[in-house]
Ligand binder design. Structure first.
Ligand SMILES: [Zn+2]
Length: 197
């Protein structure tokens, strides 16, 4: 045993030790931090955003970086949008990033500029709960090709050219109902932050 320990000592103190390969951990590039979100329930919306009504004080009007066409009357251009003040900067960033990525011509070609509404004090379609539009934290785009009852894989927004659009909304915590629930793919709403990866 003693011999063994001496040998071990020799082993570690021998001059060969410098030839040992130094263990170098693999360098992993840090990924972009992505925050995860889930859909909010109605109570959470009351707690975070207040009580909706016809003309609530929580609204703010933002300038749009490109004009949008009213979905139900495409001749009418919209340059401003009312939304909840807590998500106003999110919407500003989202529209700016959409413009930076697609450019105005492609935005029009893809129908991303077809505005189906943001703030709207009303019940959910076919439900008794308040619509998320009542808080001004949701937006509908291109309503005709992304219908309420159309499954996501049949909706226009499921096509690959809209991947970046989804990515931009998701970056700011907005979830698409088509992706989340397989209906109402026209609709994005601000979610609740879960964790970071
Ligand atoms: Zn909607």
């Amino acid at each position: 045993m003693q011999n063994f320990i001496i040998k071990l000592f020799d082993f570690f103190t021998s001059s060969d030790i410098k030839d040992f390969e130094v263990f170098e951990p693999e360098i992993i590039e840090p990924k972009e931090v992505m925050e995860k979100y889930r859909l909010a329930n109605t109570q959470e919306l009351f707690n975070i955003y207040g009580i909706p009504k016809e003309n609530p004080k929580f609204l703010e009007t933002i300038d749009l970086p490109y004009p949008m066409r009213l979905n139900w009357d495409k001749k009418i251009l919209v340059n401003k949008m009312r939304c909840h003040r807590l998500v106003a900067s999110d919407f500003e960033n989202i529209f700016q990033e959409i413009l930076n990525h697609y450019g105005y011509d492609e935005i029009k070609e893809l129908g991303i500029d077809l505005f189906g509404g943001c703030f709207n004090f009303r019940k959910m379609r076919g439900g008794s709960d308040l619509s998320r539009h009542s808080w001004g934290i949701a937006i509908d785009l291109d309503t005709e090709r992304n219908g309420l009852k159309t499954p996501f894989n049949k909706a226009n927004f499921s096509k690959p050219e809209y991947n970046k659009l989804h990515e931009i909304f998701e970056k700011y915590g907005f979830l698409n109902l088509g992706k989340e629930k397989n209906f109402d793919s026209m609709h994005w709403e601000k979610g609740i932050k879960l964790w970071k990866t």
